[in-house]
Design a protein around this ligand. Structure first.
Ligand SMILES: Cc1cc2nc3c(=O)[nH]c(=O)nc-3n(C[C@H](O)[C@H](O)[C@H](O)COP(=O)(O)OP(=O)(O)OC[C@H]3O[C@@H](n4cnc5c(N)ncnc54)[C@H](O)[C@@H]3O)c2cc1C
Length: 636
């Protein structure tokens, strides 16, 4: 990190001495601010020397993402356990830490760069499939995500429990959400739903921007309730979301769960290291360690107790399959020795969204280069301005499009604000790999107009995708079949959602502010003249399909009797010893909301299950030893 090298920075500062003290002071403050944000010392050193010296651990956690960072922290709370956390990426960067730069990460090395396989029923306005970004950095996807803190619906967890997953009902998991959380600002009412003693900063800001108020007022005119807390009693309504940010900065799980314990001596964090295979005891299905590729070398690390897979919904099933755990036929086709015939990679679910655009004439300069530069300065020096925080994009709505009184939503709406002639985010479509036609047609809408991109999200997809290996080479990306819109019910729901959201254009709040509905006039959809017809809306949905970046479910949790499950309710992989999956892959059914907070909860739960197993085991062992000693004495 050059800017954090004391010698180098003083040389730079000195070389600008001629520019005067004000400039030099500003430069110094700028460099110090940069270091405070992304200096390597924030994250602790790479543990390669320690691993090479002694590669024997009690637990090995693969992946330092939303889940893995939490699991490693909680396990290493026990000073008697030696824990290794292995992450394929490196330290966070400026683009990961500045909240509003989050879309930019799609084109950096901090993203694995996955795309869905091109299919005839979805993602048609792309050069090649939809973008499925995933974080490859400490904090994983929590370091590149949009920072919305949403838990979903109480029924999500009650449904998991009703399917036989004992211990996963809402009442069971609420204490785990609270355990992680350092909620800002608590009130007497927030005590029921929020915790204040955890590592994860969750922000609740009262600062409502004018454009956010317009969206909230317009949504309320449609009869939708205005909420204060999206994680409170009910989820049904519109509000400004809570966020994993603190004073303008991102609060990833790396920041929350790894930074405060970077000097914990029983936790080693190995960075830029890729786990390529699980290692088994000869002739058994007992996992004893992992094979790691780092800096062109292979390292073998051993786990005395368990290996925990927290590589996320794409990498976890890939690693399982490469190690012989997956669908028998698929593995045999690739000449992989089958250890356990399990439906790994199936049950893939994601939240897709379709954008609906509203625009209002604007002569604001917010999207100009000058303003962007000003934003960089504001952020670096004060953590304010257009790159800080989540505003003006905080507003979220949850509705049920078939039943106004329902307590579960079928549609979520995010509202993304794109300033007139926006340069900061206008290449959003380029970043996602949309066709040139989309990019040009969006620029037409955005020309001298501020745009609200209302992302209409399908919350409970009925279609199921799947993931297949493309090769036995771990460096070849797997094939991702989203199967978006395979089920007609999903098409019907998104059409209802899109039509519902177009009604915002009829509200006083939108009319008063000159906000009108507009569409990307795609050539393929031109045949359908009536813009509210099912045919036109379906055409737009199948072309402008976007992922909300929430793939889950590829190592499904369920009862052992459930042939579609991969792990049991204690997250142990069926038919294999000493191996658990603890990440978003285990969700049997996707939650009705963003998936980061639920994944962190899964990690808290997984860590408690691990502790229970191994502490009970230790107690049992010590009882057994005492009993044996006494037995010997008695018999002697
Ligand atoms: C762009 C984007 C925006 C999002 N916005 C939001 C949002 O606003 N709110 C929300 O709630 N959710 C959001 N999400 C989703 C949420 O962040 C994810 O659901 C969650 O982070 C998944 O956590 P995970 O632990 O399962 O996987 P990840 O967080 O992806 O972690 C997996 C980690 O494992 C590492 N890894 C994988 N394989 C290996 C291997 N073999 N060896 C070593 N390391 C490995 C990866 O590099 C990664 O760091 C977003 C996601 C993205 C990508």
């Amino acid at each position: 990190m050059w800017a954090c090298d004391a010698g180098l920075t003083s040389t730079i500062v000195e070389s600008y001495a001629g520019a005067g003290p004000l400039f030099v002071n500003t430069l110094q403050t700028f460099l110090a601010a940069h270091c405070a944000l992304v200096g390597d010392d924030r994250w602790g050193a790479d543990a390669v020397d320690s691993v090479l010296k002694d590669p024997n651990y009690d637990f090995i956690v693969v992946g330092a993402g939303s889940a893995g960072a939490v699991v490693a922290n909680r396990l290493s709370e026990n000073p008697e356990w030696r824990v290794l956390l292995i992450e394929a990426g490196g330290n966070p960067t400026l683009a990961t830490e500045a909240p509003q730069l989050f879309p930019a990460n799609i084109k950096t090395k901090e993203n694995w760069g996955y795309r869905t396989m091109p299919q005839s029923g979805n993602c048609l306005a792309y050069d090649s499939g939809c973008a499925w970004p995933r974080g490859k950095v400490l904090g994983g996807s929590s370091s590149i995500n949009a920072m919305f803190y949403v838990r979903g619906n109480k029924e999500d967890y009650n449904e998991w429990a009703a399917a036989g997953n004992t211990g996963w009902s809402y009442d069971d998991v609420l204490p785990l959400f609270k355990k992680s959380e350092k909620f800002y600002k608590p009130t007497p009412e927030s005590d029921v739903y929020h915790g204040t003693d955890g590592y994860l900063y969750v922000e609740h800001t009262n600062n409502v921007l004018e454009i956010e108020r317009i969206v909230i007022n317009a949504t309320a005119e449609l009869g939708i309730k205005v909420l204060d807390d999206i994680c409170g009693e009910t989820q049904m309504g519109v509000t400004r979301s809570l966020s994993t940010t603190q004073n303008g900065e991102r609060f990833s799980t790396a920041r929350a769960f790894l930074n405060p314990i970077k000097d914990r001596s029983n936790l080693d964090v190995l960075k830029n290291a890729y786990v390529t295979k699980l290692v088994f005891k000869d002739g058994t299905n007992e996992v004893t360690g992992v094979l790691i590729s780092k800096d062109g070398k292979e390292i073998l690390a051993h786990a005395r107790k368990e290996v925990i897979l927290s590589g996320g919904c794409i990498n976890t099933p890939q690693l399982l399959m490469l190690s012989g755990i997956g669908p028998k036929k698929h593995l045999e086709d690739l000449n992989i020795k089958v250890r356990a015939d399990l439906p790994v990679g199936e049950n893939l679910q994601d939240h897709l969204y379709v954008p609906v655009f509203f625009k209002a004439k604007s002569n604001s300069n917010a999207g100009t280069i000058n303003n962007v530069l000003q934003g960089v300065g504001d952020f670096m020096l004060q953590r304010t301005g257009i790159f800080a925080d989540l505003s003006p994009n905080r507003v979220v709505t949850f509705v049920n499009t078939t039943d106004d009184n329902a307590s579960t939503p079928d549609i979520q709406v995010h509202h993304l604000i794109i300033e007139a002639n926006g340069t900061n985010i206008a290449d959003f479509f380029d970043l996602h790999g949309n066709t040139e036609e989309v990019q040009l047609k969006f620029k037409e809408i955005n020309k001298d107009h501020r745009v609200i991109l209302a992302a209409v999200v399908l919350l409970r997809p009925q279609s199921r995708g799947k993931l297949l290996l493309n090769s036995t080479d771990p460096n070849v990306l797997p094939e991702l079949y989203s199967n978006y819109f395979q089920k007609q019910e999903d098409v019907d729901t998104i059409i209802r959602g899109m039509r519902h959201i177009t009604k915002l254009a009829d509200t006083e709040a939108f009319k008063k502010n000159g906000l009108t509905l507009d569409w990307l006039d795609l050539d393929d959809c031109k045949a359908y003249r009536d813009k509210l017809s099912d045919q036109f809306l379906e055409c737009i949905a199948r072309h402008l399909t976007f992922s909300l970046y929430h793939p889950v479910g590829t190592a499904k949790m369920g009862l052992v009797s459930d042939a579609t499950s991969v792990v049991d309710p204690e997250l142990r992989v069926r038919g294999v010893d000493n191996l658990r999956v603890i990440d978003a892959s285990i969700m049997p059914v996707i939650t009705r909301g963003n998936t980061n907070a639920p994944t962190i909860m899964i990690a808290e739960k997984g860590a408690e299950l691990l502790k229970k197993t191994w502490i009970d085991e230790a107690v049992f062992k010590s009882h057994r030893e005492k009993y044996n000693i006494l037995k010997q004495r008695w018999s002697g």
